[in-house]
Design a protein around this ligand. Structure first.
Ligand SMILES: [Fe+2]
Length: 308
């Protein structure tokens, strides 16, 4: 008995709480917060697309940084490690890959040295009668089919070849069930990470929202995922809209998200960061104290689970 206790204590002392990192997804309401609360988080996640104007495919100087946003970005880069959360790869668009977007992101990575970067298992670009870059204005979910998996796998390999930082894919939220899919979402995520070598960005709130809307057991869902591939976790809040629960990033995380985080974290042995996302229109529900409280709660859950 004493030997077991001694071993447990030794294991605890070997654990390094400095590996526990929490981050914020940047939005404009955070600019003053970050200035007033130095060291509030361990890294900042940015959506690079917010910081430039895209003048359209094939245009000279297609991606033009917005000067005032660029100044903010440089200010953040001087103080925090940056992580990129891309929205422009449109991994699920068939028949086209945006090499210009990739090249631009490659330059940004050279400048800002992203610790890792990610995009979504969805698509936002469609081919229309004029071009292939018709923007849907929202992330459209994909069918978990073998053909889709192969399409995304090939795109991930192009990204990995060009940008020397780990690439992650994020599980999506969806409001309509797609019938007759080849596999479940956890199997799709496992096969994609296995075949492409990418890591996972596990959005626990997306799982929670899907569980509420489609009536499945979120813990059972999480059990089906190879969590050793998870490098980052997203947490967020949402709200009810009619009969649905939306992924609106509305203020604090609901209790169910904290429960799922607590459930998943002990199995995420390669976790590098937990990122709190909220939409700037909901800053009034959080204020400075609320943002700090969410970060602290996430950190405490991770620390509590270090010994497991
Ligand atoms: Fe997310």
């Amino acid at each position: 008995m004493l030997a077991i206790v001694a071993r447990q204590l030794k294991n605890l002392s070997n654990m390094d709480a400095s590996q526990v990192k929490t981050g914020l997804l940047y939005n404009p309401s955070l600019t003053d917060f970050l200035k007033d609360n130095p060291g509030a988080c361990d890294y900042i996640e940015i959506i690079p697309d917010m910081f430039w104007t895209d003048n359209g495919y094939g245009k000279k100087n297609r991606f033009e940084p917005v000067a005032s946003w660029e100044r903010t970005l440089d200010w953040m880069a001087a103080r925090y490690p940056l992580v990129a959360h891309n929205i422009g790869f449109s991994l699920g668009t068939a028949g086209h890959f945006d090499f210009e977007y990739l090249e631009n992101l490659q330059k940004w990575h050279e400048k800002y040295s992203f610790s890792w970067h990610s995009d979504h298992i969805s698509y936002v670009k469609l081919e229309d009668e004029h071009n292939f870059d018709h923007n849907t204005g929202m992330a459209i979910p994909l069918a978990f089919d073998r053909e889709v998996l192969e399409l995304i796998r090939q795109k991930i390999q192009l990204i990995q070849k060009a940008i020397d930082a780990p690439f992650l894919v994020e599980n999506n939220v969806y409001f309509v069930d797609i019938p007759d899919q080849d596999m479940t979402e956890p199997v799709f995520l496992n096969m994609l990470s296995e075949q492409s070598g990418c890591s996972l960005l596990l959005d626990v709130h997306n799982i929670y929202a899907n569980g509420v809307n489609h009536g499945f057991d979120c813990k059972e869902f999480i059990r089906g995922i190879d969590l050793s591939k998870t490098r980052e976790i997203h947490i967020a809040g949402g709200n009810a809209l009619g009969d649905m629960y939306t992924d609106s990033h509305a203020g604090p995380c609901p209790e169910g998200v904290w429960e799922l985080l607590d459930f998943a974290v002990p199995h995420c042995k390669n976790l590098k960061g937990i990122t709190f996302e909220f939409h700037d229109s909901y800053f009034h529900l959080l204020q400075y104290d609320g943002v700090l409280a969410e970060l602290s709660k996430a950190k405490n859950i991770w620390i509590k689970n270090l010994s497991k």
